[in-house]
Design a protein around this ligand. Structure first.
Ligand code: KIV
Length: 278
């Protein structure tokens, strides 16, 4: 059985379930692969490709719900989409985002909110944006047996405070600040951390300094893994494609072409044909 044939079809099911401790043990080893998914069918596709971590990201606010940024996403939105992903029964670890203001206000609220993602929606870990400021909240979640993935650098929920979606850590002081945040996330007890929108050199430096795996998005090749947004890598989000995202297949254009063919065939009477009638 070749490595690629194991990823698809019935053999894909023989993969071992990925756990948070598996991810932690990948530090400095085989690169961690993560992709976002927001519903049942997407989760099946991502899992069938042998991905390690499915992130139900609050990026769904932009690419699924059409908001200008992620600040309008609610906990109910996240529960709804995470539950759909969980129903796919994936081998990949399912991590769900705590959206804007559902973490970082009080530890008690954060635990309750994270609890909904685990209990109601079936997430296996939660992701929180922030560093030093939320170290104690991360510790409180971990103490309650809720595994945490951190997220520092360009944290999209801070879009208004940051003055836009801007690369972080460009100066020495700013780089030191991002590193301090990453260290705080580790001290809080997170099993991994997302590094977003920082210079590659800083991604490499933080990866070297931390004992937990780093998962980069616009943080260069030196991280312990990479994460991409499903819609970016398949060109399903037509408004823009971020510089850090590689388009692996132009499914957006293929989809539009298919829909156009359908329109033409309905209009000219070629659909439905013999094969599609009872
Ligand atoms: O919401 C999201 O999809 C994310 C990734 C970009 C890391 O946080």
């Amino acid at each position: 059985m070749s490595a690629s044939s194991a990823k698809y079809g019935p053999d894909a099911d023989k993969r071992k379930k990925v756990t948070t401790t598996d991810i932690l043990s990948r530090k400095g080893g085989e690169k961690i692969v993560s992709v976002t998914a927001y519903d049942y069918s997407m989760a099946k596709l991502v899992d069938g490709a042998g991905v390690d971590v499915i992130l139900v990201g609050d990026s769904l606010g932009m690419v699924v719900l059409g908001y200008p940024d992620t600040t309008r996403v609610t906990l109910d939105d996240m529960v709804h989409h995470t539950a759909a992903v969980s129903r796919a029964g994936t081998k990949a670890l399912v991590v769900a985002d705590l959206p804007f203001l559902t973490a970082g206000v009080s530890a008690r609220d954060t635990i309750g909110n994270a609890g909904r993602l685990i209990r109601e929606a079936g997430a296996e870990a939660v992701k929180l944006e922030g560093g030093l400021r939320i170290r104690d909240e991360i510790r409180a979640l971990v103490d309650c047996q809720i595994p945490v993935m951190g997220h520092v650098g360009l944290t999209p929920q801070s879009v208004h405070a940051l003055g836009g979606f801007k690369v972080q850590g460009r100066t020495r002081e700013a780089a030191d600040r991002v590193l301090r945040d990453a260290v705080a996330v580790q001290e809080g007890g997170a099993f991994s951390i997302v590094l977003e929108g920082i210079p590659s050199q800083l991604g490499e430096r933080i990866t070297r300094e931390l004992d937990i795996p780093t998962i980069g998005i616009g943080a260069g090749p030196g991280c312990d893994g990479q994460v991409l947004v499903f819609h970016d890598m398949l060109h399903l989000f037509l408004d823009f494609t971020p510089k850090f995202a590689k388009v692996y297949a132009d499914v957006g254009t293929a989809t539009r072409d298919a829909l156009e063919s359908y329109r033409v065939e309905v209009r000219n009477g070629r659909f439905p044909g013999k094969d599609h009638c009872y």
